[in-house]
Ligand binder design. Structure first.
Ligand SMILES: CCCCC/C=C\C/C=C\C/C=C\C/C=C\CCCC(=O)SCCNC(=O)CCNC(=O)[C@H](O)C(C)(C)COP(=O)(O)OP(=O)(O)OC[C@H]1O[C@@H](n2cnc3c(N)ncnc32)[C@H](O)[C@@H]1OP(=O)(O)O
Length: 245
């Protein structure tokens, strides 16, 4: 299933006029990669940030093991969509997109994905996403590091919004990439303690042509506390939309 989900994520990129051979090669590398690798930004094997690192707390590790076990079992059995599938995560939207005038105009060589650009493990956004195709749901285990402080001892609302955008945006991209966030509505219900691990869950509410309506909630890992609720609208775009700026 991971292969088909990742394949859909990048389906929208296949129309690119140049550089697409290199890109597709990389996409297939991504989808086949299931092991942890510590690699430099410039190595041929990019680091998958969704894999455990020593900064992960006990709750983050426990939940990761719980969902990843299902992911590995599903891969072993060739199941399609009946289980949670871990989504790999890298520090560039299009890491290997180096070819061609169009791509180089759009993706600057120093550009890095916002949530994955802090080198100190555990300092900011530690998260892993899982996707369940049959239920059209995404689930994210998120551990908020000390650089994300807003109110004393608690997570900044903008950091929470960033994670909600990331989870719902990834979800929408899995349905039909590329997409952009058109609207994001957030209700903050209870503060998230800095350093804690929370669950972020997104659900597809409806699709209307180019529009995908997705709802999302952030809750404590035992489900007893609702931290944040959100709804988001994503609109499918063409690559030329990004080139126009
Ligand atoms: C090389 C390509 C790269 C692609 C990347 C692909 C994969 C990347 C890999 C991994 C992704 C992983 C994770 C994702 C992580 C994070 C996600 C972050 C996403 C963002 O952080 S993204 C930045 C913030 N985002 C913007 O910067 C958008 C600025 N904006 C625009 O670019 C346009 O505004 C746009 C595109 C939104 C629409 O423009 P448009 O011309 O395509 O469409 P149009 O205006 O015709 O609207 C069509 C229908 O949507 C309705 N509609 C539109 N806007 C609405 C609104 N606000 N409220 C309610 N309804 C709305 C209309 O009413 C109409 O509805 P109807 O069809 O029913 O009439």
């Amino acid at each position: 299933m991971a292969r088909s989900a990742i394949g859909r994520l990048f389906a929208g990129l296949r129309c690119l006029p140049v550089g697409n051979t290199q890109l597709q090669t990389q996409c297939s590398r991504w989808s086949s990669e299931r092991t942890g690798v510590e690699a430099s930004m410039f190595s041929h094997k990019p680091r998958d940030f969704s894999l455990p690192n020593p900064s992960w707390g006990e709750e983050m590790k426990r939940l990761y093991k719980h969902y990843n076990l299902q992911s590995e079992e599903a891969a072993g059995q060739g199941e399609d969509g009946e289980w949670w599938t871990r989504l790999p995560s890298y520090n560039r939207s299009l890491k290997y997109a180096t070819g061609g005038v169009y791509l180089s105009k759009m993706i600057q060589s120093k550009a890095r994905l916002f949530t994955r650009n802090i080198r100190d493990p555990g300092a900011a956004f530690e998260y892993v996403l899982f996707f369940r195709n049959d239920k059209q749901r995404c689930l994210c285990i998120f551990q908020a590091g000390h650089l994300l402080e807003g109110p004393p001892g608690h997570v900044h609302g903008g950091a929470i919004a960033t994670m909600i955008d990331t989870v719902t945006g990834t979800h929408a991209s899995l349905l039909s990439a590329p997409v952009m966030t058109a609207n994001l509505n957030i209700n903050y219900r209870s503060p998230i303690p800095l350093g804690s691990t929370v669950l972020i869950e997104s659900t597809l509410d409806k699709e209307e042509g180019k529009k995908k309506f997705i709802s999302c909630k952030v809750s404590s890992t035992d489900g007893s506390k609702l931290h944040t609720e959100a709804t988001a609208l994503f609109v499918s775009i063409s690559v030329s939309h990004l080139l126009r700026g």
